[in-house]
Design a protein around this ligand. Structure first.
Ligand SMILES: [Ca+2]
Ligand SMILES: [Ca+2]
Length: 133
């Protein structure tokens, strides 16, 4: 009898553990809200190419139509031009500054806290496209 009860309890605990696991997986299944550093980094070249209209590997900040303040800050040698290395270094420094728990992943909370959530990303992408035209 006690063996039988123990068996039932074991099954119940097993089911509880399973349902908890499924619930956790559901919570984790939101890929767009987490931006891994590697994904961010691999997307930078595409963004740089959008800004680099003539494709010479240099983005002239004066040629950008509006609000190039953030890009100006990336211009490490202050020559009014962004190389990809400058763009990448600035962008990654910004990522790391936003990644407040230093897990190499930008959660939506971290991006929201820094003012660049998914909507901000969309706006920026639109802005980048606009300035690249
Ligand atoms: Ca420069
Ligand atoms: Ca993080």
């Amino acid at each position: 009898m006690t063996v039988r009860i123990a068996f039932v309890v074991a099954i119940a605990l097993g089911l509880a553990a399973c349902s908890q696991k499924i619930a956790e997986e559901d919570v984790d299944f939101t890929p767009p809200t987490n931006l891994p550093r590697a994904d961010f980094e691999s997307g930078l070249i595409k963004r740089f190419h959008r800004l680099d209209r003539d494709g010479d590997g240099i983005v002239r900040i004066a040629d950008l139509k509006r609000r190039p303040e953030r890009l100006k800050r990336y211009d490490a040698n202050n020559d009014g031009k962004l190389t990809f290395d400058e763009f990448k270094a600035g962008s990654i420094a910004r990522f790391d500054a936003t990644d407040t728990n230093h897990d190499a992943i930008l959660s939506s909370d971290e991006r929201d806290a820094a003012g660049w959530g998914r909507d901000a990303d969309a706006r920026r992408a639109a802005h980048d496209n606009e300035t690249a035209e």
